[in-house]
Design a protein around this ligand. Structure first.
Ligand code: HAM
Length: 451
């Protein structure tokens, strides 16, 4: 190789983005299976919205001042001049699809679920990535009934439970509606601006909150900066200012959640960052791992903070109308962060051991004729319901037997030159070492009998 064509370095996946490796697939498969089972048991239909969406969709639905739209979108212009983004979440795309394809025909309400990758330009850290997977549930249309809020919380909760996650806690709040929120918003701004006898707090807020005070004051309540958290202590809460409808709705949701025996706590500071929410918002956390987990790694000790939500969601009764759909089409939904679930399961040691796959019958071939006939033979065995592992690229008996041992196969099928000529095959029990030659056409039934 000439000097100039030498590779200058190896590539790595982009910052905050990861591969799901073969050893991890078994675990992801389990999660996918759980998502499907839970969704189907509550009658949700699968939807896979587009990975790319118009940028304006998120500006209009999540809000131009939301963190996601302001700082976290992977956006680009196509050659044709369209401004697109890699979807940062699933709900807006599903609402778009609901309107575009008239999905109200499928039910009133229509219940949809999805699982797939999302993209946000975040500062990567434990539980926070730029590429992450979400599984989500949405109920759109029909009546605006509190039972649907409860069903969404239930589906998310059961999903986590099905993966053996313990000590789960739902944090829940209401952020009111367009009738009661404006008056509360004003009271909140007055509180921080020191109007009506309150002391002026605006100047003591972090820079983000100073800016949010005029554009999105509710976000001041969930700021993570300690000095802002101190300042919010005496801030007015919306609970006292809810309109009668929102009050009754909140009460009903809590009653359903209690009826379902789902552990929950009220969290006045939970507002969530997306503009499309109204009334109920919720997040699910686990206390099963300490908030900070100190781990020994090969390259030293790392501490991982587990103070993140495993799931989040809420009601979005104005979203469909905001996107040009029919007025008064209610919606409610929630989504789970799959990598965060994996992180917690890993910390708990409940991840399945790496590389442990279902053991298969191992096909060993020797000689050119056997190799040539092997592909057809594998097809016959596969069609006969036998799962086959092989290493067709290897020639020596010894190395193939070693591979069979590594794959934990209970049985090997040895297909040598003689067997290929005589249309027979040797079945060898890899535990006892006993072996027998059988006619090739009986291979499927003989293997099945022995397994
Ligand atoms: P979200 O709270 O932004 O809500 O995301 C839902 C879940 O996705 C979070 O609770 C978290 O587990 C996971 N997640 C979010 N961002 C990241 C990240 N950067 N890295 C890893 N995991 C992350 C939504 O996206 C709404 N669409 C949920 C919803 C559905 N609301 C109504 N329907």
């Amino acid at each position: 190789m000439s000097k100039s064509s030498k590779p200058r370095g190896i590539f790595a996946s982009p910052k905050g983005m990861h591969d799901i490796l073969p050893q991890e697939q078994i675990f992801w498969e389990r999660i996918r299976k759980s998502v499907k089972e839970i969704a189907e048991s509550y009658n949700f239909l699968r939807i896979d919205p587009s990975l790319l969406e118009p940028q304006a969709l998120f500006e209009r639905s999540l809000g131009a001042t939301s963190d996601v739209v302001e700082k976290q979108m992977f956006s680009f212009k196509t050659r044709g001049g369209d401004e697109l983004v890699l979807r940062p979440e699933g709900t807006a795309g599903i609402a778009r699809s609901y309107i575009q394809h008239g999905l109200s025909q499928l039910g009133s309400p229509v219940k949809l679920y999805y699982m797939g990758p999302m993209f946000r330009y975040e500062q990567p850290q434990a539980g926070r990535f730029r590429l992450f997977y979400q599984a989500g549930f949405e109920i759109i249309g029909g009546d605006e009934d509190a039972i649907y809020d409860a069903q969404i919380i239930l589906a998310c909760y059961r999903m986590l439970e099905s993966l053996k996650l313990k000590k789960l806690m739902v944090r829940i709040n209401t952020i009111g509606c367009k009738n009661c929120r404006p008056a509360y918003r004003k009271r909140l701004v007055d509180y921080y601006k020191g109007r009506g006898g309150a002391t002026l707090k605006e100047k003591l807020l972090c820079r983000d909150c100073q800016r949010r005070l005029s554009v999105n004051p509710l976000r001041l309540l969930d700021c993570k900066v300690p000095s802002c958290q101190e300042l919010r202590k005496d801030a007015p809460t919306l609970l006292n200012g809810l309109c009668a409808y929102c009050k009754a709705h909140f009460k009903s949701v809590l009653e359903y959640v209690e009826e379902l025996k789902i552990p929950y706590m009220l969290d006045n500071y939970l507002v969530r960052g997306l503009d499309y929410y109204n009334r109920i918002v919720f997040e699910i956390f686990t206390d099963a791992v300490p908030a900070v987990d100190v781990r020994k790694k090969a390259d030293g000790v790392t501490s991982i903070k587990f103070d993140f939500a495993l799931a989040g969601g809420g009601r979005y009764d104005y979203l469909i109308e905001m996107l040009g759909g029919r007025k008064d089409t209610p919606g409610v939904g929630g989504a789970l962060g799959i990598e965060r679930i994996v992180e917690v399961l890993r910390a708990l040691g409940t991840l399945l051991p790496l590389g442990k796959t279902k053991s298969k019958v191992y096909l060993i071939h020797m000689g050119d004729l056997a190799k040539k006939k092997s592909l057809g033979l594998i097809e016959n065995l596969r069609e006969g319901g036998i799962e086959i592992a092989e290493s067709l690229g290897k020639e020596s008996l010894k190395s193939q037997l070693r591979m069979a041992d590594r794959a934990n196969s209970p049985m090997a099928l040895i297909f040598g030159q003689k067997e290929a000529l005589e249309d027979s095959i040797i079945i060898r029990d890899l535990i006892t070492g006993a072996q027998e030659t059988v006619p090739l056409h009986k291979a499927v039934s003989e293997v099945k009998r022995r397994l």
